[in-house]
Design a protein around this ligand. Sequence first.
Ligand code: SAH
Length: 424
Amino acid sequence: MLDLVPEPVAPLTPARSTVPIADGAPGGRARGSLRTAPVARAVQVRPVPIDGGGPVPLSFSTSTRGARGKPPRHFVDLTPEQRVEAVVELGEKPFRAKQLATHYFAHLTADAAEMTDLPQATRDRLVGALFPDLLTAARTLTADAGATVKTLWHLFDGAKVESVLMRYPNRTTLCVSSQAGCGMACPFCATGQLGLTRNLSTAEIVEQVRSAARSLADGDLPGGPARLSNLVFMGMGEPLANYRAVMESVRRLVAPAPDGFGMSARNITVSTVGLVPAMDRLAREGIPVTLALSLHAPDDELRSELVPVNTRWSVDEALDSARNYFEVTGRRVSIEYALIKDMNDHAWRADLLGTKLNARGRGWVHVNPIPLNPTPGSIWTASDPAVERVFVDRLRAHGIPTTVRDTRGSDIDGACGQLAAEEE
Ligand code: SAH
Protein backbone atom coordinates (compact mmCIF):
# COMPACT_ATOMS: atom_id res chain seq x y z
CA MET A 1 0.00 0.00 0.00
CA LEU A 2 1.07 3.52 -0.48
CA ASP A 3 2.66 4.82 2.60
CA LEU A 4 3.69 8.03 0.99
CA VAL A 5 1.30 10.50 -0.39
CA PRO A 6 1.97 13.08 -3.02
CA GLU A 7 2.78 16.54 -1.85
CA PRO A 8 2.70 19.08 -4.60
CA VAL A 9 4.15 22.48 -5.14
CA ALA A 10 3.94 24.75 -8.13
CA PRO A 11 2.68 23.33 -11.39
CA LEU A 12 5.30 21.48 -13.40
CA THR A 13 3.55 22.03 -16.68
CA PRO A 14 0.60 24.13 -17.60
CA ALA A 15 -2.62 22.29 -17.09
CA ARG A 16 -3.85 20.63 -20.21
CA SER A 17 -7.28 21.36 -21.42
CA THR A 18 -8.39 17.81 -21.81
CA VAL A 19 -8.42 14.79 -19.59
CA PRO A 20 -7.71 11.48 -21.27
CA ILE A 21 -10.12 8.85 -20.15
CA ALA A 22 -9.70 5.13 -20.43
CA ASP A 23 -11.22 3.46 -23.41
CA GLY A 24 -14.90 3.00 -23.52
CA ALA A 25 -15.40 6.50 -22.29
CA PRO A 26 -18.66 7.71 -23.67
CA GLY A 27 -19.29 11.14 -25.08
CA GLY A 28 -18.19 14.42 -23.64
CA ARG A 29 -19.37 15.66 -20.33
CA ALA A 30 -19.90 18.93 -18.65
CA ARG A 31 -16.97 20.88 -17.38
CA GLY A 32 -15.72 19.67 -14.04
CA SER A 33 -16.13 22.21 -11.32
CA LEU A 34 -13.37 22.83 -8.84
CA ARG A 35 -15.23 25.51 -6.98
CA THR A 36 -13.54 25.08 -3.65
CA ALA A 37 -10.26 23.82 -4.97
CA PRO A 38 -7.12 25.68 -4.00
CA VAL A 39 -6.17 25.72 -7.65
CA ALA A 40 -9.20 26.84 -9.58
CA ARG A 41 -8.77 25.17 -12.92
CA ALA A 42 -11.60 24.23 -15.20
CA VAL A 43 -11.20 20.80 -16.64
CA GLN A 44 -12.79 19.85 -19.86
CA VAL A 45 -13.12 16.18 -20.43
CA ARG A 46 -13.55 14.62 -23.80
CA PRO A 47 -13.27 10.98 -24.70
CA VAL A 48 -9.83 9.97 -25.79
CA PRO A 49 -9.33 6.38 -26.76
CA ILE A 50 -6.93 4.41 -24.69
CA ASP A 51 -3.52 4.29 -26.28
CA GLY A 52 -3.02 1.95 -29.24
CA GLY A 53 -3.43 -1.47 -27.76
CA GLY A 54 -1.91 -3.25 -30.73
CA PRO A 55 1.41 -5.04 -30.75
CA VAL A 56 4.55 -2.94 -30.55
CA PRO A 57 5.64 -2.28 -34.11
CA LEU A 58 8.94 -3.82 -34.97
CA SER A 59 11.31 -1.39 -36.54
CA PHE A 60 14.99 -2.10 -36.55
CA SER A 61 16.30 1.06 -38.08
CA THR A 62 19.66 2.41 -36.96
CA SER A 63 18.24 4.74 -34.35
CA THR A 64 16.81 3.44 -31.11
CA ARG A 65 15.01 6.72 -30.55
CA GLY A 66 11.31 6.35 -30.97
CA ALA A 67 8.99 8.45 -33.01
CA ARG A 68 8.63 11.99 -31.70
CA GLY A 69 7.11 11.90 -28.27
CA LYS A 70 7.58 8.18 -27.91
CA PRO A 71 10.33 6.67 -25.81
CA PRO A 72 12.92 4.59 -27.69
CA ARG A 73 11.94 0.98 -28.22
CA HIS A 74 13.21 -1.22 -25.41
CA PHE A 75 13.55 -4.98 -25.03
CA VAL A 76 10.88 -4.93 -22.32
CA ASP A 77 8.33 -3.43 -24.72
CA LEU A 78 8.59 -6.53 -26.91
CA THR A 79 6.85 -9.86 -26.52
CA PRO A 80 9.12 -12.92 -26.20
CA GLU A 81 8.50 -13.65 -29.90
CA GLN A 82 9.31 -10.09 -30.89
CA ARG A 83 12.51 -10.27 -28.85
CA VAL A 84 13.64 -13.26 -30.87
CA GLU A 85 12.81 -11.45 -34.11
CA ALA A 86 14.69 -8.38 -32.93
CA VAL A 87 17.78 -10.38 -32.03
CA VAL A 88 17.76 -12.21 -35.37
CA GLU A 89 17.26 -8.94 -37.19
CA LEU A 90 20.42 -7.72 -35.51
CA GLY A 91 22.28 -10.70 -36.94
CA GLU A 92 22.38 -12.81 -33.77
CA LYS A 93 21.18 -16.31 -32.92
CA PRO A 94 17.61 -16.60 -31.59
CA PHE A 95 18.68 -18.06 -28.24
CA ARG A 96 20.34 -14.74 -27.40
CA ALA A 97 16.86 -13.35 -26.70
CA LYS A 98 16.46 -15.71 -23.77
CA GLN A 99 19.91 -14.87 -22.47
CA LEU A 100 19.02 -11.20 -22.55
CA ALA A 101 15.72 -11.85 -20.80
CA THR A 102 17.51 -13.80 -18.08
CA HIS A 103 19.95 -10.98 -17.53
CA TYR A 104 17.17 -8.44 -17.39
CA PHE A 105 14.48 -10.21 -15.37
CA ALA A 106 16.53 -12.63 -13.27
CA HIS A 107 19.83 -10.80 -12.81
CA LEU A 108 18.12 -7.40 -12.95
CA THR A 109 20.74 -5.96 -15.26
CA ALA A 110 20.74 -4.14 -18.59
CA ASP A 111 24.49 -3.59 -18.45
CA ALA A 112 26.51 -5.24 -21.23
CA ALA A 113 29.53 -5.48 -18.93
CA GLU A 114 27.63 -7.92 -16.69
CA MET A 115 26.52 -10.20 -19.54
CA THR A 116 29.70 -12.19 -19.61
CA ASP A 117 28.12 -15.30 -21.14
CA LEU A 118 27.69 -13.37 -24.40
CA PRO A 119 30.63 -12.53 -26.66
CA GLN A 120 31.71 -8.92 -26.21
CA ALA A 121 30.71 -7.75 -29.69
CA THR A 122 27.36 -9.52 -29.44
CA ARG A 123 26.39 -8.00 -26.14
CA ASP A 124 27.50 -4.56 -27.19
CA ARG A 125 25.40 -4.77 -30.33
CA LEU A 126 22.33 -6.20 -28.60
CA VAL A 127 22.43 -3.96 -25.57
CA GLY A 128 23.12 -0.92 -27.76
CA ALA A 129 20.09 -1.65 -29.90
CA LEU A 130 17.63 -3.05 -27.39
CA PHE A 131 18.41 -1.51 -24.01
CA PRO A 132 18.36 2.27 -24.41
CA ASP A 133 18.75 4.20 -21.15
CA LEU A 134 15.17 5.18 -20.47
CA LEU A 135 15.51 6.45 -16.90
CA THR A 136 18.24 8.68 -15.53
CA ALA A 137 18.27 9.16 -11.79
CA ALA A 138 18.39 12.92 -11.27
CA ARG A 139 17.99 12.93 -7.49
CA THR A 140 17.48 10.49 -4.69
CA LEU A 141 16.24 11.28 -1.22
CA THR A 142 16.19 8.96 1.74
CA ALA A 143 14.14 8.96 4.91
CA ASP A 144 13.32 6.62 7.78
CA ALA A 145 17.00 5.90 8.39
CA GLY A 146 17.48 4.83 4.80
CA ALA A 147 14.49 2.48 4.66
CA THR A 148 12.64 4.84 2.32
CA VAL A 149 14.28 5.94 -0.92
CA LYS A 150 12.64 8.29 -3.36
CA THR A 151 14.09 8.71 -6.82
CA LEU A 152 13.40 11.46 -9.33
CA TRP A 153 13.87 10.13 -12.84
CA HIS A 154 14.46 12.11 -15.98
CA LEU A 155 13.03 10.43 -19.05
CA PHE A 156 14.47 10.54 -22.57
CA ASP A 157 12.48 13.64 -23.49
CA GLY A 158 13.07 15.52 -20.26
CA ALA A 159 9.79 14.45 -18.67
CA LYS A 160 10.13 13.70 -14.96
CA VAL A 161 8.62 11.01 -12.79
CA GLU A 162 9.22 9.65 -9.34
CA SER A 163 9.28 6.30 -7.64
CA VAL A 164 9.54 5.49 -3.96
CA LEU A 165 10.98 2.34 -2.44
CA MET A 166 10.02 1.44 1.11
CA ARG A 167 11.47 -1.34 3.20
CA TYR A 168 9.53 -2.82 6.09
CA PRO A 169 10.46 -5.65 8.43
CA ASN A 170 8.60 -8.25 6.39
CA ARG A 171 8.09 -6.73 2.96
CA THR A 172 9.39 -4.20 0.48
CA THR A 173 7.09 -1.94 -1.49
CA LEU A 174 7.77 0.13 -4.57
CA CYS A 175 5.45 2.97 -5.55
CA VAL A 176 5.71 3.55 -9.31
CA SER A 177 4.54 6.22 -11.71
CA SER A 178 2.45 5.30 -14.73
CA GLN A 179 2.28 8.74 -16.37
CA ALA A 180 4.37 11.91 -16.38
CA GLY A 181 1.95 14.23 -14.65
CA CYS A 182 -1.72 13.36 -14.49
CA GLY A 183 -4.87 14.53 -16.24
CA MET A 184 -7.34 13.77 -13.47
CA ALA A 185 -6.97 17.17 -11.79
CA CYS A 186 -7.80 16.13 -8.22
CA PRO A 187 -7.27 19.47 -6.46
CA PHE A 188 -5.64 18.08 -3.29
CA CYS A 189 -3.06 16.02 -5.19
CA ALA A 190 0.37 17.29 -6.21
CA THR A 191 0.43 15.48 -9.50
CA GLY A 192 -3.11 16.57 -10.24
CA GLN A 193 -1.86 20.15 -10.37
CA LEU A 194 0.77 19.33 -12.96
CA GLY A 195 -1.52 18.33 -15.79
CA LEU A 196 -0.70 15.39 -18.01
CA THR A 197 2.59 15.42 -19.89
CA ARG A 198 2.37 11.92 -21.36
CA ASN A 199 1.84 8.25 -20.75
CA LEU A 200 4.84 6.16 -19.78
CA SER A 201 5.77 3.21 -21.95
CA THR A 202 5.76 -0.33 -20.61
CA ALA A 203 9.55 -0.29 -20.40
CA GLU A 204 9.59 3.06 -18.58
CA ILE A 205 7.33 1.55 -15.92
CA VAL A 206 9.21 -1.75 -15.73
CA GLU A 207 12.58 0.01 -15.56
CA GLN A 208 11.45 1.72 -12.34
CA VAL A 209 10.82 -1.76 -10.97
CA ARG A 210 14.05 -3.33 -12.19
CA SER A 211 16.08 -0.48 -10.78
CA ALA A 212 14.47 -0.82 -7.36
CA ALA A 213 14.69 -4.60 -7.36
CA ARG A 214 18.36 -4.41 -8.26
CA SER A 215 19.03 -1.87 -5.58
CA LEU A 216 17.38 -4.14 -3.01
CA ALA A 217 19.27 -7.20 -4.30
CA ASP A 218 22.52 -5.27 -4.01
CA GLY A 219 21.75 -4.52 -0.37
CA ASP A 220 21.58 -0.77 -0.89
CA LEU A 221 18.91 -0.42 1.78
CA PRO A 222 19.67 -1.14 5.44
CA GLY A 223 18.99 -4.73 6.47
CA GLY A 224 20.95 -6.54 3.78
CA PRO A 225 19.94 -7.84 0.35
CA ALA A 226 16.23 -8.26 -0.18
CA ARG A 227 13.66 -9.01 -2.85
CA LEU A 228 10.98 -6.65 -4.04
CA SER A 229 7.73 -8.11 -2.75
CA ASN A 230 5.05 -5.44 -3.33
CA LEU A 231 4.28 -2.87 -5.93
CA VAL A 232 1.70 -0.08 -5.94
CA PHE A 233 0.65 2.07 -8.90
CA MET A 234 0.28 5.05 -6.62
CA GLY A 235 2.96 7.31 -7.98
CA MET A 236 2.37 9.94 -10.61
CA GLY A 237 -0.48 9.38 -13.00
CA GLU A 238 -3.76 7.54 -13.38
CA PRO A 239 -2.78 3.97 -14.24
CA LEU A 240 -6.10 3.07 -15.85
CA ALA A 241 -5.77 6.05 -18.23
CA ASN A 242 -2.59 4.36 -19.52
CA TYR A 243 -4.22 0.96 -19.57
CA ARG A 244 -2.25 -0.88 -22.22
CA ALA A 245 1.22 0.02 -20.94
CA VAL A 246 0.23 -0.56 -17.31
CA MET A 247 -1.23 -4.00 -18.07
CA GLU A 248 1.78 -4.94 -20.17
CA SER A 249 4.02 -3.92 -17.30
CA VAL A 250 1.92 -6.00 -14.89
CA ARG A 251 2.36 -8.99 -17.22
CA ARG A 252 6.14 -8.51 -17.10
CA LEU A 253 6.01 -8.25 -13.31
CA VAL A 254 4.08 -11.46 -12.75
CA ALA A 255 5.53 -13.64 -15.54
CA PRO A 256 7.95 -16.20 -14.14
CA ALA A 257 11.63 -15.69 -14.98
CA PRO A 258 13.10 -15.36 -17.53
CA ASP A 259 10.10 -13.61 -19.09
CA GLY A 260 9.28 -11.56 -16.02
CA PHE A 261 10.10 -10.86 -12.38
CA GLY A 262 7.80 -13.57 -11.03
CA MET A 263 6.00 -11.27 -8.59
CA SER A 264 2.66 -12.25 -7.10
CA ALA A 265 -0.28 -10.45 -8.73
CA ARG A 266 -1.97 -10.04 -5.37
CA ASN A 267 1.02 -8.04 -4.18
CA ILE A 268 0.48 -5.55 -6.99
CA THR A 269 -2.02 -2.75 -6.35
CA VAL A 270 -3.55 -0.69 -9.13
CA SER A 271 -5.03 2.50 -7.72
CA THR A 272 -7.61 4.45 -9.70
CA VAL A 273 -9.82 7.51 -9.50
CA GLY A 274 -12.62 5.24 -10.70
CA LEU A 275 -12.53 4.94 -14.49
CA VAL A 276 -15.37 2.45 -14.55
CA PRO A 277 -14.98 0.90 -18.02
CA ALA A 278 -11.28 0.33 -17.36
CA MET A 279 -12.01 -1.13 -13.92
CA ASP A 280 -14.47 -3.54 -15.52
CA ARG A 281 -11.91 -4.44 -18.14
CA LEU A 282 -9.28 -5.01 -15.46
CA ALA A 283 -11.64 -7.44 -13.74
CA ARG A 284 -11.72 -9.52 -16.92
CA GLU A 285 -7.93 -9.71 -17.39
CA GLY A 286 -7.53 -12.84 -15.31
CA ILE A 287 -4.65 -11.28 -13.38
CA PRO A 288 -5.82 -10.86 -9.77
CA VAL A 289 -4.07 -7.63 -8.89
CA THR A 290 -5.40 -5.70 -5.93
CA LEU A 291 -7.65 -2.82 -6.90
CA ALA A 292 -7.68 0.41 -4.92
CA LEU A 293 -10.42 2.95 -5.55
CA SER A 294 -9.64 6.54 -4.56
CA LEU A 295 -13.06 7.53 -3.26
CA HIS A 296 -12.42 10.38 -0.81
CA ALA A 297 -16.15 11.11 -0.42
CA PRO A 298 -19.29 8.95 -0.28
CA ASP A 299 -21.56 11.58 -1.85
CA ASP A 300 -21.45 12.84 -5.42
CA GLU A 301 -21.61 16.50 -4.56
CA LEU A 302 -18.34 16.49 -2.63
CA ARG A 303 -16.62 13.78 -4.65
CA SER A 304 -17.13 15.72 -7.86
CA GLU A 305 -15.03 18.47 -6.32
CA LEU A 306 -12.33 16.23 -4.92
CA VAL A 307 -12.18 13.80 -7.84
CA PRO A 308 -13.48 15.67 -10.89
CA VAL A 309 -13.95 12.51 -12.97
CA ASN A 310 -16.81 11.71 -10.58
CA THR A 311 -19.02 13.86 -12.80
CA ARG A 312 -18.55 11.15 -15.42
CA TRP A 313 -18.70 8.06 -13.19
CA SER A 314 -20.56 8.59 -9.93
CA VAL A 315 -19.84 7.23 -6.47
CA ASP A 316 -22.43 4.48 -6.95
CA GLU A 317 -21.12 3.50 -10.37
CA ALA A 318 -17.55 3.37 -9.08
CA LEU A 319 -18.60 1.31 -6.04
CA ASP A 320 -20.65 -1.07 -8.20
CA SER A 321 -17.64 -1.59 -10.42
CA ALA A 322 -15.38 -2.12 -7.39
CA ARG A 323 -17.82 -4.69 -6.04
CA ASN A 324 -17.87 -6.38 -9.44
CA TYR A 325 -14.08 -6.50 -9.33
CA PHE A 326 -14.29 -8.42 -6.06
CA GLU A 327 -16.88 -10.81 -7.46
CA VAL A 328 -14.90 -11.58 -10.58
CA THR A 329 -11.43 -11.79 -9.02
CA GLY A 330 -12.10 -12.71 -5.40
CA ARG A 331 -9.74 -9.89 -4.42
CA ARG A 332 -10.84 -7.62 -1.62
CA VAL A 333 -10.91 -4.03 -2.84
CA SER A 334 -9.29 -1.10 -1.03
CA ILE A 335 -11.10 2.20 -0.70
CA GLU A 336 -8.70 5.12 -0.38
CA TYR A 337 -9.97 8.08 1.60
CA ALA A 338 -7.73 11.10 2.21
CA LEU A 339 -9.03 12.71 5.37
CA ILE A 340 -9.28 16.46 4.82
CA LYS A 341 -10.14 18.66 7.78
CA ASP A 342 -13.76 19.84 7.75
CA MET A 343 -14.07 18.77 4.14
CA ASN A 344 -14.82 15.05 4.03
CA ASP A 345 -14.13 13.89 7.60
CA HIS A 346 -17.60 14.21 9.08
CA ALA A 347 -19.04 11.34 11.07
CA TRP A 348 -22.12 11.32 8.86
CA ARG A 349 -19.92 10.76 5.84
CA ALA A 350 -18.31 7.79 7.57
CA ASP A 351 -21.82 6.46 8.20
CA LEU A 352 -22.85 7.06 4.60
CA LEU A 353 -19.72 5.32 3.35
CA GLY A 354 -20.31 2.37 5.67
CA THR A 355 -23.92 2.14 4.51
CA LYS A 356 -23.00 2.28 0.83
CA LEU A 357 -20.31 -0.36 1.22
CA ASN A 358 -22.53 -2.71 3.23
CA ALA A 359 -25.35 -2.26 0.73
CA ARG A 360 -23.08 -4.11 -1.67
CA GLY A 361 -22.33 -6.99 0.67
CA ARG A 362 -19.91 -7.88 3.41
CA GLY A 363 -16.27 -8.85 3.38
CA TRP A 364 -15.51 -7.48 -0.05
CA VAL A 365 -13.83 -4.25 0.87
CA HIS A 366 -11.68 -2.45 3.36
CA VAL A 367 -11.06 1.26 3.83
CA ASN A 368 -7.73 3.04 4.05
CA PRO A 369 -8.13 6.52 5.46
CA ILE A 370 -5.00 8.57 4.70
CA PRO A 371 -4.24 11.77 6.59
CA LEU A 372 -4.09 14.45 3.91
CA ASN A 373 -0.57 15.45 3.00
CA PRO A 374 -1.30 19.12 2.36
CA THR A 375 0.00 20.73 -0.77
CA PRO A 376 1.85 24.01 -0.38
CA GLY A 377 -0.55 26.90 -0.59
CA SER A 378 -3.50 24.61 -0.06
CA ILE A 379 -6.35 25.78 2.10
CA TRP A 380 -6.78 22.19 3.22
CA THR A 381 -5.05 20.29 5.98
CA ALA A 382 -5.26 16.85 7.52
CA SER A 383 -8.10 16.08 9.88
CA ASP A 384 -7.58 16.44 13.60
CA PRO A 385 -6.51 13.12 15.15
CA ALA A 386 -9.66 13.02 17.29
CA VAL A 387 -11.86 13.52 14.24
CA GLU A 388 -9.90 10.86 12.38
CA ARG A 389 -10.49 8.47 15.28
CA VAL A 390 -14.23 9.07 15.19
CA PHE A 391 -14.30 8.55 11.44
CA VAL A 392 -12.44 5.24 11.76
CA ASP A 393 -14.58 4.10 14.70
CA ARG A 394 -17.78 4.82 12.77
CA LEU A 395 -16.62 2.76 9.84
CA ARG A 396 -15.62 -0.09 12.12
CA ALA A 397 -18.98 0.13 13.83
CA HIS A 398 -20.46 -0.66 10.42
CA GLY A 399 -18.23 -3.72 10.33
CA ILE A 400 -15.88 -2.27 7.70
CA PRO A 401 -12.21 -3.25 8.15
CA THR A 402 -10.43 0.09 8.35
CA THR A 403 -6.72 0.81 8.57
CA VAL A 404 -5.26 4.30 8.73
CA ARG A 405 -2.33 4.43 6.40
CA ASP A 406 0.98 5.41 7.85
CA THR A 407 2.68 8.21 5.98
CA ARG A 408 6.21 7.09 5.45
CA GLY A 409 8.78 9.54 4.29
CA SER A 410 6.83 12.69 5.00
CA ASP A 411 10.18 14.35 5.69
CA ILE A 412 11.10 13.81 2.06
CA ASP A 413 7.82 15.23 0.91
CA GLY A 414 5.83 12.03 0.77
CA ALA A 415 5.68 10.80 -2.71
CA CYS A 416 5.03 12.03 -6.10
CA GLY A 417 4.94 15.44 -7.65
CA GLN A 418 7.16 17.36 -5.29
CA LEU A 419 10.58 16.63 -6.72
CA ALA A 420 9.41 16.87 -10.29
CA ALA A 421 7.82 20.23 -9.61
CA GLU A 422 10.87 21.57 -7.79
CA GLU A 423 13.01 20.83 -10.80
CA GLU A 424 11.19 23.21 -13.07
N1 SAH B 1 -4.37 8.25 -9.88
C1 SAH B 1 -4.41 7.13 -8.99
C2 SAH B 1 -3.09 6.74 -8.37
C3 SAH B 1 -2.16 7.82 -7.87
S1 SAH B 1 -2.48 8.65 -6.35
C4 SAH B 1 -5.44 7.37 -7.92
O1 SAH B 1 -5.89 8.50 -7.78
O2 SAH B 1 -5.81 6.43 -7.25
C5 SAH B 1 -2.38 7.45 -5.08
C6 SAH B 1 -3.27 7.79 -3.89
O3 SAH B 1 -2.78 8.95 -3.18
C7 SAH B 1 -4.69 8.11 -4.31
O4 SAH B 1 -5.58 7.49 -3.43
C8 SAH B 1 -4.72 9.61 -4.14
O5 SAH B 1 -6.02 10.09 -3.97
C9 SAH B 1 -3.86 9.83 -2.92
N2 SAH B 1 -3.41 11.19 -2.74
C10 SAH B 1 -3.07 12.08 -3.69
N3 SAH B 1 -2.71 13.25 -3.15
C11 SAH B 1 -2.81 13.11 -1.82
C12 SAH B 1 -2.56 13.98 -0.70
N4 SAH B 1 -2.14 15.23 -0.89
N5 SAH B 1 -2.77 13.50 0.53
C13 SAH B 1 -3.19 12.23 0.71
N6 SAH B 1 -3.43 11.37 -0.29
C14 SAH B 1 -3.25 11.80 -1.55
